[in-house]
Ligand binder design. Structure first.
Ligand SMILES: [Zn+2]
Length: 708
């Protein structure tokens, strides 16, 4: 939910998700993974988190005017009394508390399995967790687990040896990544599974950190150089040597950043789709022998592949020619240390945390080890751990209720499409066809992934990580050329999140989010529709946002809108880009300018938020009508309409460190809580009516934006 988020891919595909949780599932294991650090196991004892109320009148700031600043009204008291905990960078009323609660429940399973496993599966994940918790052994082993990789790097003689080096490291499961390589559904023929390759290789959260010439980034670059130097000194290099190596790392990463496609451009499917023959791809990077790499990762035969970022590979070739071999050795030495930092002895953890946690994200204390290891085990063996977890935490009745809710939202979106004022009949028909083809996945997989091939050893943390990396890659590359399996999941069952997948045209809701406060049948429908109803509506609308709308119902990149309708659509999305670009993510202070939101980076999520709020409201009206109730009925002094908007807003109450807010504005495709609330309600006139606002007030402007 609240991680420095990369342009997320799942097996190469862009994933649109509701909100991103730091490091809970594999697809979220990104830059912030390194911000986790180790604390002594005794430093913080696991404790259960109380369930969050779906609707909490005490969170409301009654001194605020809902028509001027609805977020302040709905969340003000909560925000005032819930500062960011020391081990977090963002603290959100619904997401963080449920995430913490799920983590605790999962930890109980893992801790019990580590001590007294009852089944082979429990033995496997119990050992994985147990190895991660054994920090005494981590300390004792020192850098020895990385020795083979570091020696292999030190031995290379010239740039021609780099392809063999990367191939060898990959074969051993080492997490070095100059590029990403994985299978994906062909964007233009979603029945085909092909391989895709794309840019990677940076250590700072975004290319902007290397190339933007602001005072803030200059300072961060200076601190980054110091951090790389300190890590290399810890690894045994002299301070002079380490400083030289750090400068080389910076030079190579800066060149890679300059050659990288921006996050905004990567949101455009056409800009990340370039089919090459293997021979033509190899011509982009003649000095890097990809055949060695393909052999090392044991990928099956293929004639063509999707090269998401061709210019990046051309630049890699130029760098191979230009940079001295010593510079490349420094780069790979650094990346080997960096990628494993949170599983190395405490001196490495602490230095890693000081930069990635404290400096970059404003986190005061490291994430406790039990949380780190619970998330790592969920990441590695999620569908093994999840089998036991859902038995306790997701009753079959919950799935049946969810089916009903999804059907109500589908009907509402269908009604919304029918009444859109700007869309032609032909395009409406095509949109309805696409909507009818959306598949729903709820709770957890029908068929669990088989982990028997993954060898786990209780006394070998680094070995487990490397074997798991190979296991996950084998699983992924095993998709090449096979029929698409619609039943596979991209998130583990305890994940507090949801996603829409454009190539699958499906919406996915893990059991982890189908819990209070999102999903709660003890509360009135208005609050439930403001919670999980908006979540469902958000994911469905992703099928029709600026990115999702480029795919048809079968998940193929194909225009189905008329040219005129596409023009009208783009005028409407442009309105949202402009609107959200005017929102502040972090205020100015001293000589540091304010950080504004990027309306183009967040467009898909904002469109989904706006559509979700509207269609969940329509579905609520239908439901109340069926029950013979009115939207104006009052409970505890609030009308059903007011409770709907309050329930929705209170999902997004949050606090965030300034550093994290600035980082998210550049990397997270989601707007922060304040603008997910105020941005959407000011575009929806039912909100103003519910709270008696006057036209022209901030939450009921004279002109507003609407796509769906
Ligand atoms: Zn989303």
């Amino acid at each position: 939910m609240n991680a420095p988020i990369d342009s997320i891919t799942l097996r190469g595909k862009q994933m649109n998700r509701l909100r991103l949780i730091p490091i809970l599932s594999p697809i979220l294991m990104l830059a912030c993974a390194s911000a986790l650090a180790q604390a002594p196991a005794s430093a913080s004892k696991p404790a259960p988190t109380a369930a969050t109320k779906s609707f909490d009148p005490a969170a409301i700031d009654k001194t605020a005017d809902p028509c001027s600043d609805f977020y302040q009204y709905a969340c003000g008291n909560w925000v005032k009394s819930n500062p960011v905990p020391a081990d977090q960078t963002r603290w959100a009323r619904s997401f963080s508390l449920l995430h913490e609660r799920n983590l605790y429940l999962l930890w109980q399973e893992l801790d019990a399995a580590a001590m007294d496993p009852k089944t082979p599966l429990q033995k496997q994940y119990g050992d994985y967790f147990g190895a991660c918790m054994n920090t005494d052994l981590v300390e004792k082993k020192g850098l020895a687990p990385l020795d083979p990789a570091l020696k292999r790097i030190a031995a290379i003689k010239d740039a021609h040896a780099i392809s063999a080096l990367i191939a060898d490291l990959a074969a051993q499961g080492s997490p070095i990544a100059l590029f990403r390589f994985e299978t994906e559904q062909d964007e233009k023929d979603s029945s085909q599974q092909i391989v895709g390759i794309g840019q990677s290789g940076l250590s700072l959260p975004d290319r902007d950190y290397y190339i933007v010439d602001s005072k803030r980034f200059q300072e961060i670059r200076k601190q980054y150089l110091e951090h790389v130097t300190k890590m290399l000194v810890l690894a045994g290099d002299s301070p002079e040597q380490a400083a030289k190596e750090a400068a080389a790392v910076m030079e190579i990463e800066t060149a890679l950043a300059q050659a990288s496609t921006s996050r905004v451009d990567l949101r455009d499917p056409e800009k990340r789709y370039h089919i090459y023959t293997v021979a033509d791809f190899q011509k982009l990077t003649p000095d890097f022998d990809f055949s060695l790499y393909f052999k090392a990762v044991k990928v099956g035969k293929f004639q063509t592949l999707n090269v998401a970022t061709p210019n990046f590979f051309k630049a890699v070739n130029e760098l191979l020619d230009k940079e001295p071999i010593e510079a490349w050795k420094s780069y790979f030495r650094w990346h080997t240390l960096h990628a494993s930092a949170s599983n190395l002895p405490k001196a490495f953890f602490d230095e890693n945390f000081a930069f990635y946690g404290k400096t970059l994200a404003g986190q005061k204390e490291p994430t406790p080890r039990w949380k780190q290891c619970t998330m790592a085990t969920d990441n590695a063996l999620g569908e093994a751990v999840g089998q036991d977890w859902v038995k306790k935490n997701f009753p079959p009745a919950a799935k049946a209720s969810m089916d009903q809710l999804v059907a109500a939202l589908e009907k509402a979106l269908g009604d919304d499409i029918k009444t859109l004022p700007w869309m032609s009949e032909a395009t409406k028909k095509a949109a309805e066809e696409k909507l009818a083809m959306i598949r729903n996945k709820i709770g957890y997989p029908e068929k669990w992934r088989d982990y028997t091939a993954l060898k786990v050893e209780r006394d070998d943390l680094m070995g487990n990580l490397h074997r798991e990396a190979i296991f996950a890659r084998d699983w992924d590359l095993g998709h090449l050329g096979k029929p698409v399996d619609e039943k596979e999941w991209g998130m583990t069952p305890p994940t507090v999140n949801a996603y829409y997948d454009p190539s699958m045209n499906d919406i996915n809701f893990p059991a982890g989010i189908l819990q209070p406060p999102f999903f709660d049948f003890t509360v009135d429908p208005a609050v439930n529709f403001g919670g999980i109803g908006v979540v469902i509506g958000h994911e469905m609308t992703h099928g029709f946002d600026d990115e999702g709308s480029k795919y048809d119902g079968k998940g193929n990149l194909r225009e189905w809108q008329t040219a005129e309708d596409r023009k009208a659509f783009t005028e409407r999305t442009d309105c949202e880009v402009k609107e959200y670009s005017g929102f502040e993510a972090a205020p100015a202070h001293g000589d540091v300018p304010a950080q504004m939101l990027k309306g183009d980076l967040t467009l898909g999520e904002n469109t989904a938020d706006n559509g979700g709020l509207r269609i969940a409201y329509m579905a609520l009206l239908d439901t109340l009508k069926e029950q013979g109730k009115s939207i104006n009925d009052k409970i505890d002094g609030y009308s059903e309409a007011q409770r709907y908007f309050l329930g929705f807003a209170q999902v997004w109450c949050q606090n965030q460190t300034e550093q994290s807010a600035r980082q998210s504005a550049l990397t997270d495709p989601h707007s922060p809580g304040q603008w997910r609330v105020n941005g959407t309600v000011q575009n929806f006139d039912e909100f103003g009516k519910a709270f008696g606002c006057k036209q022209g007030q901030p939450m009921m402007p004279a002109t507003s934006c609407r796509v769906w």
